[in-house]
Design a protein. Structure first.
Ligand code: GDP
Ligand code: MG
Length: 162
């Protein structure tokens, strides 16, 4: 069976942009409005000749009071259905309480969790990414999903975890 890689995180951290970057085409819906990706969408992806299914998640309403619960539900679904979880954080914002709540769940997961420090658009952004070590998910992988910076290195880490 083809392994499943799930992309999890708060609205607007750049999950769909990352999915598009990995797919190399604009398949996942990206918008400035948080919560624009409805439910879960799966795509076929390959890297270095290896196939995997990439699962984008979303479906949250902007400023929904249940945001933390919704992100937690996505994290739990991913833990139960994916072979690897990419937990995406906006490094320009840093870890929020919602991120920390999701991490508490993910740290109990039996699947590898890779911490993606997204929106590291330039070298200065690397400093922000280092602050995410505090989440306790290991080394943050700095990526600019928008520009592609670091995405090849991230995919190498993903394949190593599969
Ligand atoms: P999602 O809600 O987590 O799926 O986030 P989206 O992929 O829809 O992106 C939300 C916003 O963040 C959009 O305006 C993206 O263009 C922007 N964004 C995503 N990745 C990056 C990045 O690496 N750098 C910057 N500067 N912006 C990004
Ligand atoms: Mg999205």
């Amino acid at each position: 069976p083809v392994p499943v890689v799930a992309v999890v995180g708060r609205p607007n951290v750049g999950k769909s942009t990352l999915v598009n970057r990995i797919l190399g085409r604009r398949a996942a819906v990206v918008q400035d409005v948080p919560g624009v990706t409805r439910d879960r969408v799966a795509y076929d992806a390959t890297w270095n000749g290896r196939r995997f299914t990439l699962m984008d998640t979303g479906g949250w309403e902007p400023d929904a009071s249940g945001l933390q619960a919704a992100v937690a539900a996505q994290a739990e679904h991913a833990m139960n259905h994916a072979d690897v979880v990419l937990f995406v954080v906006d490094s320009t914002v840093g870890a929020t309480a919602t991120d920390e709540a999701a991490v508490r769940l993910l740290r109990k997961a039996n699947v590898p969790v890779i911490l993606v420090a997204n929106k590291v658009d330039d070298e200065r952004g690397e400093i922000d990414a280092l602050g995410l070590w505090n989440l306790g998910l290991g080394e943050p992988q700095p990526v600019s999903s928008l520009h592609g910076r670091g995405s090849g290195d991230l995919l190498d880490v993903v394949l190593d975890a599969l």
